[in-house]
Ligand binder design. Structure first.
Ligand SMILES: C[S@@+](CC[C@H](N)C(=O)[O-])C[C@H]1O[C@@H](n2cnc3c(N)ncnc32)[C@H](O)[C@@H]1O
Length: 366
């Protein structure tokens, strides 16, 4: 199945957005340990690596956009030249939904599949009996498409608030616009498997999310959730206080508070707590580190690191734009300067930063 034909939002006529006032005062940002934007802009910019653009364009050339649709759902908010989902009530997303970010999401799907050893799930599913599956916040829909390809007898639904999924998909996949923070529209006991991956900074209430998952999961069915942390640690102290990688964590932590949607369900253990409170049983999980880059001596960790770095570098500014602009009031060139320092540290072989990931699953009792 050619899954490269993501619908392009290029034909959209974006809704002009006025730059909102920064949510965080300079004093509050300083209290949260966030250095002012001028700190990054004042330092000499690291030289761009000559091969950065080559890598990006090689990957881009593999991916293509084929379709364009016009409807109000394709009228996106814009912030500093990037487009964002602009419809469905108040489900305001921090991730761009333009082509560059779509490419990053597609690489992320490969990265997360590498994290699970090439598997699409870790729950102990009886796959022959799986008839109906949902992927909540499906993004570009590649997980749903791969699952549908592998299990053609299953009906797979992918949901999102933004229509960036391809139109050329297996016959047993469909995509629906659905806000995961609202009451879900399906009847109870609908799904054999509910897949929820990387909804950090998306979910308003993880307990409510797992309550809806429990309600719509069939007895005996499974719900699985995959999250990463949004800060970098190092075992050897190479991620130093005040460095760009250290600041990265502070920025996302404050971003989550301002949005009212945490970027750190891992550390808050919200997967286990939410699943337990909802009633799931046999809760289990797999933890791992995800380095940035290939520095890790363990081959599997290094492979995860290669793809994580590719994912983030494909659209680093896209990941940071909304939070830095809307929360901190940074100018585009200041966000760019910060990105250059982040990239420099990722490319420094003496800096050994990593994030953590947890894949957790639970069964709804019969
Ligand atoms: C980091 S991406 C993860 C995509 C996909 N789950 C994956 O792992 O490849 C987060 C996705 O959540 C979607 N999203 C944001 N807010 C949402 C909401 N309220 N309900 C459903 N999806 C939402 C975004 O549009 C984006 O596609």
């Amino acid at each position: 199945m050619d899954s490269s034909s993501s619908q392009s939002p290029k034909a959209a006529s974006p809704i002009p957005a006025t730059a909102p006032a920064p949510l965080l005062s300079a004093e509050a940002a300083a209290a949260a340990g966030i250095l002012p934007a001028s700190h990054w802009a004042d330092q000499p910019l690291p030289e761009e690596h000559a091969d950065d653009d080559d890598t990006a364009s090689t990957i881009r050339s593999v991916l293509s956009s084929t379709a364009s649709l016009s409807s109000t759902i394709f009228q996106y908010r814009t912030h500093h030249g990037r487009t964002y989902h602009g419809d469905i009530g108040n489900a305001e997303g921090w991730e761009p939904n333009d082509m560059r970010h779509i490419e990053s999401m597609d690489i992320a799907h490969h990265c997360f599949t590498v994290c699970t050893g090439g598997k699409l799930f870790l729950s102990p599913l009886d796959t022959k009996k799986v008839k109906k599956v949902v992927d909540i916040g499906t993004g570009t829909g590649l997980w749903a498409i791969d699952f549908a390809d592998e299990f053609p007898h299953a009906e797979v639904i992918g949901t999102d608030i933004t229509p960036i999924q391809p139109s050329w998909v297996p016959p047993n996949v469909q995509f629906e616009l659905e806000d995961c923070n609202q009451e879900w529209t399906w009847a109870e006991n609908t799904f054999d498997f509910i897949h929820i991956r990387m909804l950090i900074g998306v979910v308003e209430d993880w307990h409510a999310l797992f309550r809806e998952a429990y309600r719509t999961c069939k007895p005996g069915g499974y719900t699985e959730s995959f999250v990463t942390t949004a800060h970098f640690e190092s075992d050897d102290g190479s991620v130093k206080t005040g460095s760009a990688l250290d600041q990265w964590g502070n920025i996302w932590a404050e971003g989550g508070k301002a949005l009212g949607r945490t970027f750190d369900p891992y550390t808050e253990e919200l997967q286990r707590k939410g699943m337990e409170a909802a009633g799931f049983v046999d809760i289990d999980f797999k933890d791992m580190v995800i380095p940035v880059g290939v520095w890790h001596p363990d081959k599997d960790a290094a492979e995860r690191g290669l793809w994580w770095k590719m994912t983030l570098e494909m659209d680093l500014e896209g990941y940071l734009n909304y939070i830095c602009h809307n929360l901190l009031g940074w100018k585009p060139e200041e966000t760019k300067a910060f990105c250059a320092h982040v990239k420099k540290e990722w490319n420094d072989p003496n800096i050994h930063g990593y994030a953590r990931a947890r894949i957790a699953w639970g069964r709804k009792p019969e």
